[in-house]
Design a protein around this ligand. Structure first.
Ligand code: PGA
Length: 253
């Protein structure tokens, strides 16, 4: 049985005070309502990571992730945050290659592979994102593109390193648009990704890698999406900013 994971990507939202109240609400609701061993991760903006670690404390079953890290280890890269810094805060997860990073910050496959290496070298687990824009889906090239993204970002790893990766398939046309992939579209792509990983790393490793779906996951579609054989949970944007919605999504996993 693969680990079920629900991760919330807060993106560039919330003030410190809003982040603290949202976290406090989640701690209470998760303790009262969430059963089973679904892994819960929240990814707030960088400035809140340290405080959030202590707000959550050791007991809370919510883990913290960063939304990005630099491909460089340290040095004159103004405004960047290194994986080693996240390690020093005790942050266990980092999102790498989110489509917004690829699209607005022009992050390349080579750069993302370096970020994956930097994260792993510091003991962080990458949540590696892939997914096709609308025009690529309409042209029927989505499988080719997503396979290439996986190859560029992950195929240089050895099997042991691959076992530490979480993959998130997020069709760009579904992110923040309210348009969710159908269960058959999601299952189809997740199985393409798992097969591609199996061809490279072997079936045993591919079976262990959690593949999350992202793109307008909401309380009313989460259960259906998470019931697909190869969908192991979700990476949730907008709905992770509302405690009630996020907890309902967690309960669906
Ligand atoms: P969304 O974002 O849930 O708001 O569509 C998902 C993501 O970008 O991770």
């Amino acid at each position: 049985m693969r680990q079920k994971i629900v991760a919330g990507n807060w993106k560039m939202n919330t003030t410190l005070q809003e982040a603290q109240s949202l976290t406090a609400e989640l701690i209470g609701m998760v303790a009262d309502e969430v059963q089973g061993d679904v892994k819960i991760i929240i990814c707030p903006p960088f400035p809140y990571l340290y405080g959030m670690k202590s707000q959550l404390g050791k007991a809370a079953r919510i883990e913290v992730g960063a939304q990005n890290c630099s491909e460089h280890a340290s040095g004159a890269y103004t405004g960047e945050v290194a994986a080693g810094m996240l390690k020093s805060l005790g942050i266990p997860y980092v999102i790498i290659g989110h489509s917004e990073r690829r699209q607005y910050f022009l992050e390349t496959g080579k750069q993302l592979a370096q970020k994956v290496d930097g994260a792993l070298a510091n003991g962080l687990k990458p949540i590696f994102c892939c997914g096709e824009p609308l025009e690529v889906r309409e042209a029927g090239d989505h499988e080719i593109l997503v396979k290439r993204q996986i190859e560029e970002g992950l195929f240089h790893l050895n099997t042991e390193a691959m076992k530490k990766i979480v993959v998130a398939y997020e069709p760009v046309w579904a992110i923040g648009t309210g348009k969710t992939a159908t269960t058959s579209q999601a299952q189809e792509m997740h199985s393409v990704i798992r097969k591609h990983l199996a061809d490279k790393f072997g079936a045993e490793t591919a079976e262990l890698v959690p593949i999350l779906y992202g793109g307008s996951v909401k309380p009313d579609n989460a259960q259906e999406l998470f019931s697909c054989a190869d969908v192991d949970g979700g990476l949730v944007g907008g709905a992770s900013l509302k405690s009630r919605d996020f907890v309902e999504i967690i309960k669906s996993a």
